[in-house]
Design a protein around this ligand. Structure first.
Ligand SMILES: Nc1nc2c(c(=O)[nH]1)N[C@H]1C(S)=C(S)[C@@H](COP(=O)(O)O)O[C@H]1N2
Ligand SMILES: [Mo]
Length: 264
């Protein structure tokens, strides 16, 4: 659904209540107007239930609003070695322009997926111009293009016990106590996972996603703060609980004290 729809809906709510507040007896007594008001209210209630409340949209901007500089933040040049599952190191993927890179979708799904960037680009694309808000106090606007996470999850088909989606990233942002790399990770619930603006983006402002911004694929979950926007996504895992990862708080920054639900 386009954001204009939301403006239209709230406009409708406003005009209905404006008429009611005006309290004009002549108008209020007309049964034709009564009928219009009642059906408008019913329409608002129905649309409100299905669209406005559970699926409220993040604001979208125009091309003219796109920031000339978008600050890359956190990891900007991952340098991790190949891991135990023999995934080529991130730098090798950059060198080969992600030709051998694959996104894995697994966990509590009926049909695990292994997808190349070409596979993702062959799927219907979703583009949106949104504002990214970092807790550090800066914001930038960019256009993101990618695949709706909902489409990917529909392909993989969640098992009934799936409750959260965990994003495993390629960048080692820190070290564990034993010296092993601690990879960035994030998690969201199914409401955000199936939200129409939740996408895995492979392009930014019309260009392939640059390395500092999370190449080749990053999450955009537009109703939440910057640290939820996982970059360098390698694996999307459906789980019933995120407690077994990191310190059990659902993400790298959550493990360091930030809120798990980072609503804007
Ligand atoms: N994998 C990974 N994702 C990450 C981070 C990171 O360090 N590693 N930093 C987060 C934070 S705090 C912010 S503000 C944004 C920054 O995105 P940008 O580099 O495109 O500005 O990415 C988020 N996602
Ligand atoms: Mo951030």
């Amino acid at each position: 659904m386009k954001p204009e729809r939301r403006g239209f809906l709230s406009g409708l709510v406003l005009s209905t209540s404006a008429l009611v507040l005006a309290g004009c007896n002549k108008i209020a007594n007309s049964s034709a107007v009564d009928h219009v008001l009642t059906s408008a209210e019913a329409f608002n209630r129905r649309m409100g239930h299905f669209f406005v409340r559970p699926k409220s949209l993040a604001r979208e901007y125009s091309r003219a609003d796109i920031s000339r500089f978008f600050k890359p933040n956190g990891s900007i040049a991952p340098d991790n070695p190949a891991d135990a599952s023999s995934t080529p190191a991130y730098r090798a993927h950059v060198a080969s322009n992600f030709a051998d890179w694959r996104l894995v979708i697994d966990g509590l799904v009926e049909h695990p997926q292994t997808l190349s960037i070409a596979d993702l680009k062959a799927m219907p694309a979703k583009a949106q111009i949104t504002r990214h808000d970092c807790v550090e106090g800066w914001s930038s606007i960019a256009e993101w293009r990618g695949v709706q996470l909902a489409r990917l999850l529909q392909k993989a088909q969640l098992k009934p016990n799936a409750k959260y989606i965990v994003f495993h990233c390629a960048d080692a942002i820190d070290k564990n106590d034993d010296g092993s790399p601690l990879f960035y990770y994030e998690s969201i619930d199914l409401e955000d996972a199936f939200h129409p603006q939740t996408i895995l983006a492979y392009a930014m402002n019309g260009q392939p996603l640059p390395v500092p911004h999370g190449a080749p694929l990053r999450l955009r979950v537009e109703r939440q703060l910057g640290y939820k926007q996982a970059k360098y996504v390698m694996r999307v895992e459906a789980v019933d609980s995120y407690k077994r990862y990191g310190q059990g708080k659902g993400g790298y920054w959550e493990d360091n004290g930030y809120e798990w639900y980072a609503g804007i």
